[in-house]
Design a protein around this ligand. Structure first.
Ligand SMILES: Cc1ncc(COP(=O)(O)O)c(C=O)c1O
Length: 432
């Protein structure tokens, strides 16, 4: 068990969370290496080893540090990046370039050139003029890039609108109108400077139902068939994205990877037999499902404001700066007072941050033990899209991150200090 209670105290991957808060300060991101490795193992056992010619590219946007790159490399996964900064981080950590795939709906010329210079494995083309840019860069550099087309499969997934990406009205992907997609495919098939590997879709995030994946798959398969029929070209690869949901609260009906992947693989194999083609290599891009439940955030409780008959606000020393998700799209979390983990949860409180926004609420209506100033509050399942979405709003420094494993802890991101926050700022002469 990654999470345990011993002597009224919360332990995470064998570490006493109250001691972690004392040693490293709060707010503090705590990532369990054991939990990350366990999810990678599940991917290997139920997908990579089960089906030949498959790859899993960890979606770095969920949580990316140099140490995370090392873990992902060690666990045998590839890496999906979406910016020059993510690409740079992976390369700086020594991650093999050929195992990196670049996504993104508006890659700059500089980012594309960087990717081509590094010789990364795949570029997922997300717009109609992007291939032209890639071709120009490759021509200049005398290189050839492996590309896929991200398509907009036109499916609506059952998740918050901000994390649904596959519907037709989306900034992501190439629309599937015949007069749009087929000239694009023709250009890719005939490209001198790109190897056209196939199609990519990603329907959305935090999904507990495989319906939209399966619907999008049908659309992609039809496109593979049309590409073969029209251009006599069999695409060797198919990327089916990520989006596999995790448990934030009891309301989340988390499924194993196999629930999504087995029916999709079965269908792809059946389709390939029918078409008499080699089954394309299948790639997945899981992010949240690898790191989400592997992280918790520790805070120190400060001001408590009890508005009689209305609400008790418990303020902590972080907030929307380290976890924007509740303010951004009403994400729901659970937490516990780590130093009172075994005490009855008879208090109904609202956990809020310290930022100057009324929307800076981390958990509305949480049931906790009696809170007091100085308590350590732990919020669960903060491993994905927290650290990577953090900001310096109100000039709050970014928290530190520690990696824990079997009772041992190591700092992997130092706490930002005030000097670092102002280091890039310049005062023009006339204001001095
Ligand atoms: C293209 C692409 N792949 C993979 C992911 C990862 O999704 P998740 O973290 O839900 O697995 C995302 C998330 O937005 C994405 O846009």
């Amino acid at each position: 068990m990654i999470t345990e209670i011993k002597t009224n105290t919360l332990y995470f991957d064998g570490c006493n969370t109250v001691e972690l808060a004392e040693e490293y300060g709060t707010p503090l991101y705590v990532m369990s290496e054991t939990a990350i490795v366990e999810r990678c193992r599940e991917i290997r056992e139920t997908f990579l080893s089960k089906y030949e010619r498959t790859r899993a590219a960890y979606a770095a946007k969920a949580f990316l540090t140099l140490s995370m790159c090392k873990i992902i490399e060690r666990e045998g996964l590839c890496m999906d990046v979406v910016s020059g900064g993510e690409l740079y981080t992976a390369i700086k950590a020594g991650f093999p370039a050929e195992k990196i795939e670049l996504n993104g709906n508006n890659k700059s010329v500089e980012e594309l050139a960087l990717a081509i210079d590094y010789g990364i494995g795949r570029i997922i083309v997300d717009g109609l003029d992007e291939l032209k840019l890639i071709e120009e860069i490759c021509r200049e550099k005398g290189k050839k890039a492996n590309i896929l087309y991200r398509i907009t499969p036109g499916v609506k997934s059952d998740s918050h609108d901000y994390i649904v990406t596959g519907k037709k009205d989306s900034k992501f992907g190439i629309p599937l109108d015949d007069e749009v997609i087929f000239p694009a495919v023709e250009q890719a098939v005939n490209s001198e400077h790109a190897n056209f590997m196939g199609f990519h879709f990603h329907v959305g995030s935090q999904l507990h139902n495989n319906e939209s994946h399966l619907k999008a798959l049908e659309t992609a398969l039809k496109l593979i068939k049309d590409t073969k029929d029209r251009f006599n070209y069999v695409t060797p690869e198919l990327n089916i994205g990520g989006g596999f949901g995790i448990r934030y609260t009891d309301a989340d009906d988390k499924k194993p990877y196999s629930y999504f992947l087995d029916p999709m693989m079965e269908r792809i194999e059946e389709f390939s037999r029918e078409l008499n083609i080699t089954r394309p290599e299948v790639v997945i891009e899981p992010g949240r499902s690898i790191v989400g439940e592997a992280g918790i955030t520790l805070y120190t409780v400060g001001t408590i404001k009890d508005i009689k008959g209305i609400r008790k606000y418990v303020s902590v020393d972080g907030g929307m700066t380290d976890n924007i998700r509740p303010a951004l799209y009403q994400a729901v979390y659970e937490g516990v007072i780590a130093n009172k983990a075994d005490e009855p949860k008879n208090e109904l409180v609202t956990i809020c941050g310290k930022c100057c926004e009324s929307g800076d609420v981390l958990i509305r209506d949480a049931k906790t033990a009696e809170p007091e100033r100085g308590d350590i509050l732990a919020i669960f399942s903060t491993g994905a899209y927290n650290y990577t979405m953090a900001s310096n709003y109100n000039k709050n420094p970014l928290p530190a991150t520690v990696l824990v494993k079997d009772g041992k802890s190591e700092i992997i991101v130092k706490r930002q200090d005030y000097e670092h926050m102002t280091a890039n700022e310049v005062i023009p002469e006339y204001l001095k």
